[in-house]
Design a protein around this ligand. Structure first.
Ligand SMILES: [Zn+2]
Length: 196
């Protein structure tokens, strides 16, 4: 249930690793997520979650099934378009992009002021959603599907932090740093609420 196998088809426009000065920031935050319980390991699996930032071609995102704790630059993929009708993505890179690429892609489309989108998992945040006043998607549906995309976009509105019911959270930021710090703050608050 928690794994993030891509369900759409990836059409590669090139195999080059996307170079961008912001790549380092994404890799840094992947590690911070893993080390702060925002991308927990399940059993022997790696630390799951997916992080992206806006580029002029659209976005650079972590690959499907990446281990956020040990992310490398060649695991970043540039996604240039997502086609919901054909359920395929166009990408440049060595790997298929994150299974949640559609959600990231649509968010950049709908929210021009947003330049970073992070998705992670935290039982603490899920459990304290109501107490912290975090908006949740209405229905729990399988991630990486068009149904989930609709749920996310409906819940999002003008919010910068939402929960995918029974699954995880999505943080939005004007910068990579702002996005990461927002997720960390919610995690801290959620732990505080839990221990009260
Ligand atoms: Zn997830």
């Amino acid at each position: 249930m928690k794994t993030h196998a891509a369900k759409f088809e990836t059409i590669f426009e090139g195999k080059e690793i996307p170079t961008n000065p912001k790549n380092k920031g994404l890799i840094k935050w992947g590690r911070i997520f893993a080390l702060n319980g925002l991308a927990p390991k399940y059993g022997t699996e790696s630390s799951h979650g997916n992080l992206s930032f806006r580029t002029k071609n659209r976005m650079i995102i972590t690959r499907s099934g990446s281990d956020l704790e040990n992310l490398e630059e060649n695991e970043l993929v540039e996604v240039t378009s997502c086609d919901a009708e054909k359920f395929c993505v166009h990408a440049k890179g060595l790997f298929a992009p994150s299974s949640e690429s559609f959600e990231h892609f649509e968010i950049y489309q709908a929210r021009p002021e947003i330049n970073a989108v992070f998705h992670g998992h935290s039982q603490e945040i899920l459990l304290s959603a109501k107490k912290l006043g975090i908006v949740e998607t209405e229905n729990a549906v399988p991630y990486g599907t068009i149904e989930n995309l609709r749920e996310v976009m409906n819940a999002l509105g003008k919010n910068d932090f939402i929960i995918m019911k029974g699954h995880g959270f999505i943080a939005l930021g004007k910068t990579i740093g702002e996005c990461g710090k927002k997720a960390l703050q919610f995690q801290k608050k959620a732990v505080e609420v839990k221990t009260k």
